[in-house]
Design a protein around this ligand. Structure first.
Ligand SMILES: [Zn+2]
Ligand SMILES: [Zn+2]
Length: 89
């Protein structure tokens, strides 16, 4: 099984480097989604490195931000990514 990287641990400190299991009442790690990011990843990695945890985080963001079209695909991925990375700025 894939283990989270050191960067993954920093990104998801409350869930041991895994993406949080959103179906759990308390914050629990979803062990199917380890963060495998490295120092080379963007601050808000959207899973480009193959990280399933950050890829899932990005999809969650897109669905909350209404970035998915009727066909289930992200309407404008570049725009969605820009929005994603600008949060808090
Ligand atoms: Zn990651
Ligand atoms: Zn990454």
């Amino acid at each position: 099984m894939t283990k989270p990287t050191a960067t993954g641990l920093r990104r998801y400190p409350h869930t041991d480097g895994y993406f949080p299991d959103l179906s759990a009442a308390e914050t629990a790690p979803d062990t199917a989604l380890p963060c495998v990011c490295t120092d080379h990843c963007a601050d808000r990695c959207a899973g480009e490195c193959g990280c399933q945890a950050c890829g899932t985080a990005f999809s969650e963001f897109c669905s909350e931000a209404g970035q998915f079209g009727a066909d289930g695909h992200i309407v404008d991925e570049q725009r969605a990514l820009a929005k994603y990375r600008n949060i808090g700025n």
